[in-house]
Design a protein around this ligand. Structure first.
Ligand code: ADE
Length: 349
């Protein structure tokens, strides 16, 4: 009993520490489009859309952001609200279980406000259908459940708002939902150069001394993801303060990240475990996601949303109709001998 309480206490302290880190990472987020590094074509088209809407005195069209986690979807939603001088209300697909959850929010929006729905692909069917007329005509149905007008359906007019949706799985959105967005933005992984700039900007805000090579080292190991770059910067800063003189150099960054289990190309323990399991347990694949999830003891959704996309992007993994396969590059990266191709019935001669 006492032991359980201690563990709960530790868990709570860890959760609190993680929340503090997330909070301070948020403070590093750019606030305006002009400060935003990377995603240049997305930023350019948003700048045009914002300027045009502002000049016409109209709310911005509904915007859909899609792409892997940590690339800036939430940050851009907040930037859009700020650029439009509007308020933002942020929620998520799973939080809007019933239409009435949505009604409570949309009925309180002011003209031009941004309603940000993260993980919009996880809206329930009922809530999604309730959202359609709100997006299209700024109206929702209101069913009176008590009194003289019980069971009467009324239309409630809403202020013209901008819906900003974010999803890691554009393919999971229904066609009617997709069709109601005016602006689509796909976010892709950042280059090492862009991440190096992000690290230098964040180090400047935090007041951490860093060399160009130190920033590059962190940029190179950030899995194409600014959120990871900012998290690693904090780990390296701690290391530099304790093991060095406080300045982040290439050597300090490399040593700190090695110790964190982040390898030279940015793969973490889970990335390597997924590749090693595919190679050693399933002979390089093909292997289905459920089998990988069971062997690794990780949620299939975590593997599909957070782990696989980067491994596919850098060519360590390929998807085939029968499952995931590790590539030759993955065998080499993990120090395994690539397997010769299986003999075929019809050799090309
Ligand atoms: N911090 C996190 N993402 C960023 C970005 N895209 N540009 C500038 N700073 C960032």
């Amino acid at each position: 009993m006492a032991r359980e309480r201690v563990l709960r206490g530790e868990e709570a302290a860890q959760k609190q520490a993680e929340a503090q880190v997330e909070e301070s990472i948020k403070s590093l987020r750019p606030k305006f489009l002009a400060e935003y590094i990377g995603q240049t074509s997305v930023v350019d088209s948003l700048r045009v859309a914002v300027t045009a809407a502002r000049n016409r005195g109209e709310p911005l069209d509904h915007v859909l952001f899609h792409g892997p986690p940590g690339l800036g979807k939430t940050t851009l939603a907040h930037i859009l609200a700020r650029e439009m001088n509007s308020n933002i209300v942020a929620t998520s697909g799973p939080a809007l279980e019933k239409p009435k959850d949505l009604l409570g929010i949309v009925s309180n929006l002011e003209e031009g406000d941004v309603l940000f729905i993260d993980e919009i692909h996880r809206l329930s069917r009922m809530t999604e259908e309730y959202l359609y007329p709100a997006m299209e005509d700024f109206q929702v149905d209101l069913v009176i459940d008590k009194g003289a007008f019980a069971q009467k359906k009324l239309k409630l007019s809403l202020k013209r708002f901008t819906l900003v949706g974010a999803t890691t799985r554009a393919g999971s959105l229904s066609a009617p939902m997709r069709d109601r967005f005016g602006i689509f933005c796909h976010l892709d992984y950042y280059s090492v150069e862009e991440l190096t700039l992000v690290v230098k900007r964040s180090a400047g805000i935090l007041g951490v001394p860093i060399t160009e090579e130190g920033a590059q080292q962190i940029g190179r190991r950030s899995r194409g993801t600014p959120r990871i770059a900012n998290r690693l910067l904090r780990r390296v800063r701690d290391y530099a303060e304790v093991e060095g003189d406080g300045t982040i150099t290439q050597e300090i960054a490399a040593a700190a990240l090695d110790r964190e289990g982040i390898d030279e190309i940015g793969l973490d323990r889970l990335d390597r475990a997924l590749l090693a399991t595919t190679i050693d347990f399933y002979r390089g694949g093909p292997v289905g996601i459920e089998a990988l999830s069971a062997t690794l003891n990780e949620e299939a959704d975590t593997l599909v949303d957070m782990v696989e996309p980067y491994l596919l992007k850098i060519g360590m993994l390929v998807r085939t109709p029968s499952g995931r396969k590790a590539t030759e590059a993955a065998f080499r990266h993990l120090g395994r001998t690539p397997q010769p191709a299986a003999p075929t019935l019809f050799p090309t001669m």
